[in-house]
Design a protein around this ligand. Sequence first.
Ligand code: FAD
Ligand code: SF4
Length: 496
Amino acid sequence: MFLSMSEFNQEYLKKERDQQWRVDLRESLKQKDRVKIERLKMPEQDPRVRIKNNLEVNSGLTAEQAVTEAQRCLDCVNPTCIEGCPVNINIPKFIKYIEARDFLKAAQTLKETNALPAVCGRVCPQEVQCELTCFYTQKLKKSPVAIGNLERFAADYERETKQISVPEIKKQNNIKVAVIGSGPAGLAAAGDLAKSGYSVTVFEALHEIGGVLKYGIPEFRLPNSIVDMEIDILRKMGVFFIRDFVVGKTSDINDLQKQGYKAFFIGSGAGLPRFMNIPGENLIGILSANEYLTRVNLMGATKPGYDTPVHPGKNVAVIGGGNTAMDSVRTAKRLGAERAMIIYRRSLEEMPARKEEIHHAMEEGIEFNILQNPVEYLSQKDGRVSRMRIQKMELGEPDESGRRKPVPIVGSEYLIDTDLVIVSVGVSPNPLIPKQMPQLKVTRWGTLEVYPETLETSITGIFAGGDIVRGGATVILAMGDGRKAAAGIDQYLKNL
Ligand code: FAD
Ligand code: SF4
């Protein structure tokens, strides 16, 4: 029997409640005193300093701060925060371990359901997930418990004190499962499958493991060493990684089946950039955010001796308003841009980037040109972009996404000088695997069709999740899919 996500959540919650976990708190505060504690602000680097380095902006809570923040949690009878978490972390349990200063138990609790807590504590949009459904937000109309900051604290504590725990795995059953893609979806699937005793191999096209966590999100938000540490735990659980292996080119799923792989999880993401198809978009100095960030983060573009450099840019224009746009513009600023600007066609309220990232970008002196859209790129010399024509916009009626549609203002066009344009207007799924397997059903957006209960594709034994199914989404939704598909694969293999 397959469980839907909400049934899965209910089962999980019931199981956890049945186990009657209780944390022995040394000082038990009254609820009325807990709600009086103000949410603690995450310490961070001064904006004037951080734009000159690539170190993490947020420096993490101290142990004392974490314990104080943990005291705010009311350990609700009905912990609505868990319902907001796509990987079902037992949030009050890990927080109460922090309050009791048992930081290692807190980290172990996180790892029961989350293969990448140090990553999620840094990049998950908690404000629209667990923190949104927290009792404080919903009922008290106060700032929620800082669940993400506490998650990061517990995961970092384990690493910094070198007491990293490896989740228990069941006895190996020697059944081979292939995971395609090593982004958060693939890593979460691999972790759960390894825990269930499967022999898991992850095939990754690039020379680094981690997907967008490595090639997209910059070091100042998510250091690569943090991602590597969490991947290392998966290795210790027996997950085997093969790099530089493009499924569909190096070898295909049929070949892998012949090598004994009994089930597959496709987590190949949505790495195909979209462009706007406006005049001049092929000029030198205009590139996609994916290319720009991959060159900087993964290909040593800013270091001497590498043969894939990027032009650092003096007047850098980033088109778009999502997390990728914020990461690109803040990277450009750190690479020395005098003017680093966002050009976004809607208003600040509609910007899809995390509020924290927008706030940090503003603190760092990024220029926000909102309700504006490029309509043409121009070159004065050598086929290199030197200016762009911008049209001002106003908001009209809501479109199919529910957001008010940007409408061009006639006669409002003007020119901006720019020598580097980074286009970040969305991504599409990588078509390689679907093209190579025409029996795989795809939607009109090129995403893979799956059964929602199990995430099995139109081909028996092949499952999929993350951005290849959702289009560009989030780390935690990709991980939730990885976990759900792992449960689907387990059921499928047990019934073979
Ligand atoms: P990916 O992370 O894209 O991983 C897919 C992997 O599959 C890649 O490593 C790719 O090389 C590999 N692959 C592809 N095809 C093949 C093949 N044929 N054979 C073998 N391997 C293959 N989300 C957040 O929650 N918070 C954020 O702050 C945030 N910031 C972001 C910033 C940027 C710059 C970007 C680009 C995205 C950001 N996101 C953020 C979105 C989030 O990173 C993605 O939703 C998430 O990584 C999707 O995970 P995935 O595992 O489905 O795919
Ligand atoms: Fe704690 Fe908020 Fe969850 Fe209640 S809803 S258990 S207060 S984190």
